[in-house]
Design a binder for this molecule. Structure first.
Ligand code: GLA
Length: 714
């Protein structure tokens, strides 16, 4: 019997069909057509099918979720693998369909639901469990487990999950980036062929495709239909957008397996990452679906994010307990709620050449352990957080000396060093146990409520001793297992995903992390862009966002404190600055901003993101809106050719209610006065429709300044 499934949720519909043979297919993924009856389903299926006379399979090509060459798809097959040349094009049959766990043979119409297909390819000796879910947010996600039910080894090379995208989506957008400049968007016309983005860093990567979108030409923040995918994986992975000679377009991806990583012994299985698919009108609605998904996870922390102080840019490796306690006292006086001790507290780690991997407090620097600091921090009413880099070692460390075989390596050589370090192979039980044991001992001894989990090098030449087989796939799974195990043992601890800044940000790590470090670059000009685009996937409350010293340690540029602060408050706020060197005025300003953040974080960190494409590329205008109104930010990062930036129209409000508009201007923003409505002596009160459609004259800004507008329902 043919299975026909209609799932509808949050404006998205997914119509799935599976016949007596072949992979389940997607009849429709996109806008919600309303109720679909069983006969209506068949008509839609017929209406979507095509033939290519004399030039493809006679039945007309069919596209499974794991597309098969067998049915006329001439692009990259979804499953690549063989038994030494046999079983390379399996003949799949669906043996069972379940919807939300219940057998569902015929027609099913439901809201958000999980569909599980059991498939068999008898002559190829393969079985598969394919899961497709429509989540309450309208996101679709899919993954597969392939099992070797044959009599010899099956060598899996690649397993990718794909979804069809209509032909009108001809513009492609994804991301590139590097250390200190993560998540740079790139757009291009989408033409015939494969756009294949491989991530081979052994971590998600600063240059990950991140979110790959195919949309109608010129799609913007609020307009244009977009079909997007995200491979939720923190190891090697691939995103693919492909258009074939028929005009068929597919997007999707999966894990990128190194030679032998997909080797399935008899009875063994391989489970792919989740691949997320996001259909939306405009980039803001796309971001909103991801945000609502993340906000629904059990790990999600909610909006009361404690204002943090991280000591890294204040002291680097120079750990002097008295100075660090003094910094804690200064932080507490400002209203800081969490104090984070970064790299340098353990082993022989007096700089980045030694000690990594020895997670034992250095008696040389901390003769009384971390107790004096932790006690003072807790006495001051702050939480205490600590930095670890669990997957890494310096060759000059006790652990590397004792267990050279735990280091990733090929048969005759170690990988080239990166930041003077090597990778500890967590797929070796001893190495895993070493890290788990040492970290657990620290987390047990001290009142720690936050761990900054770092990962500072790529996994190149990453093999397992003695024969050097690739270890990235196993390492990625061992990383998840270790983090899960620590979370189970220490449920009071929050974890941050950091990786040379923002190189490990994806939906799978976010199942087990309360925040990310967006970038090592805290320069507010760059951070405006990075927060803007990292928000394509993550909501503000998950984005570690700090106010650093006046001169950026990464770019060397100087910035006014208000620009730095007004930029940072659209995230999980922290300070990363040697407060002993800040002037009295700076301290007073900082205290003002921290108090302002605490008052407004409930709004800043729960709302829906709205972004406006301003005509001048150096001007950024965005907001966060919820039932109370919106908090908007206008930044000028470079001088515009014309003084007048035009009129600001405030998107995302409700048309009917009246709103009061206040500008948050601190002294350095005085030029903001240069528009009459800001000098009126009273805040303007306008309806949502007036603010959205007519708007207000933008203040005149100096370059490298930010002004905030608080728009509140009266
Ligand atoms: C990485 C992180 C930084 C800091 C250093 C410490 O670069 O991104 O924030 O923790 O490591 O070595």
């Amino acid at each position: 019997m043919r299975s026909r499934i209609v799932l509808r949720s949050a404006g998205v519909a997914l119509l799935l069909t599976a016949g007596p043979d072949g992979m389940p297919e997607v009849v429709h993924w996109g806008g919600d057509p309303g109720e679909v009856s069983e006969t209506g389903f068949e008509d839609l299926r017929l209406g979507a099918a095509w033939m290519i006379p004399g030039n493809s399979v006679d039945l007309g090509p069919r596209l499974g979720i794991i597309p098969e060459a067998r049915y006329g798809w001439t692009g990259t097959p979804g499953l690549i693998g063989s038994r030494e040349g046999r079983a390379w094009s399996p003949g799949w049959r669906v043996s069972e369909v379940r919807v939300d766990g219940r057998p569902a043979g015929g027609f099913v119409s439901a809201g958000p639901a999980t569909v599980d297909y059991a498939l068999e390819a008898v002559s190829a000796g393969l079985r598969m469990q394919l899961t497709v879910e429509l989540l309450p947010t309208g996101l679709v996600r899919s993954r597969a487990t392939l099992t070797n039910a044959g009599k010899d080894v099956f060598e899996l090379t690649e397993l990718t999950l794909r979804m069809p995208v209509p032909g009108q989506a001809r513009e492609l957008m994804d991301f590139g980036g590097r250390w200190a400049a993560e998540r740079m968007p790139q757009r291009r016309p989408f033409a015939m062929g494969a756009h294949r983005r491989e991530g081979r860093h052994g971590r998600t990567g600063a240059d990950a495709a991140f979110v790959l979108s195919l949309g109608e030409e010129g799609f913007g923040y609020q307009d244009g239909e977009i079909w997007a995918c995200h491979v939720a994986w923190s190891g090697n992975h691939v995103h693919i957008a492909e258009r074939d000679f028929v005009g068929t377009q597919l997007i999707g991806g999966g894990e990128l397996l190194l030679p032998g990583e997909g080797r399935l012994a008899v009875g063994e299985g391989y489970t792919s990452p989740w691949v997320y698919f996001n259909h939306a009108i405009g980039l803001d609605a796309q971001a909103d679906r991801f945000h609502r998904h993340l906000r629904s996870l059990p790990v999600h922390p909610g909006p009361e994010r404690p204002v943090s102080l991280n000591v890294w840019e204040a002291v680097y490796f120079d750990h002097d307990p008295a100075r660090l306690i003094d910094l804690a006292e200064r932080a507490a006086a400002l209203g800081v709620e969490r104090y984070v001790l970064d790299d340098g507290w353990f082993g022989a780690r007096r700089d980045d050449h030694a000690g990594l991997g020895d997670w034992v407090v250095s008696p040389e620097v901390w003769p009384d352990g971390l107790h004096p600091l932790v006690n003072r921090v807790t006495e001051l009413g702050m939480q205490f957080g600590l930095w670890f880099e669990p997957e890494m070692v310096n060759p000059d460390s006790d652990v590397a000396r004792a267990h050279p075989e735990w280091l990733m390596q090929l048969d005759d050589r170690l990988p080239l060093e990166g930041r003077f370090q090597q990778v500890l192979n967590l797929s070796i039980p001893g190495a895993y146990g070493h890290v788990l044991g040492q970290m657990s001992a620290i987390l047990e001894e001290y009142a720690i409520s936050y761990v900054k989990w770092d990962h500072n090098r790529d996994l190149n030449d990453a093999g397992t001793a003695p024969d050097g087989r690739p270890a990235v796939a196993a390492q990625t799974r061992a990383f998840y297992a270790l983090l899960d195990e620590l979370r189970r043992h220490f449920p009071q601890v929050e974890f941050e995903s950091c990786s040379s800044g923002g190189s490990r940000i994806d939906l799978e790590v976010m199942e087990r992390a309360e925040r990310v470090w967006v970038s090592d670059n805290i320069d507010p000009d760059d951070r405006q862009r990075m927060l803007w685009w990292t928000s394509q996937l993550l909501p503000a409350e998950l984005l570690g966002s700090h106010i650093a010293s006046g001169r950026s340690h990464v770019t060397g540029r100087w910035h006014d404190l208000n620009h730095r602060a007004a930029t940072a408050v659209f995230g999980h706020l922290g300070i990363e600055w040697d407060l002993a060197r800040a002037s009295e005025e700076e301290i007073a300003e900082l205290a003002w901003w921290i108090a302002w953040y605490k008052e407004h974080r409930g709004r800043l960190l729960t709302g829906r993101l709205v972004r406006v494409a301003m005509p001048d590329p150096g001007v950024w205008f965005k907001g966060v809106v919820n039932e109370f109104g919106g908090i908007y930010s206008l930044s000028m990062l470079e001088a515009t050719p014309a003084v007048n930036l035009g009129v600001l129209r405030f998107p995302g409000l409700e048309p009917g209610p009246r709103y009061r508009v206040r500008v948050i201007e601190r002294p350095a923003l005085a030029p903001a006065h240069q528009v009459p409505w800001l000098n009126a002596g009273h805040p303007l009160e306008l309806t949502g429709a007036q603010l959205m459609h007519v708007g207000l004259r933008a203040p005149v800004l100096r370059p490298a300044t930010t002004v905030l507008f608080v728009v509140t329902k009266v």
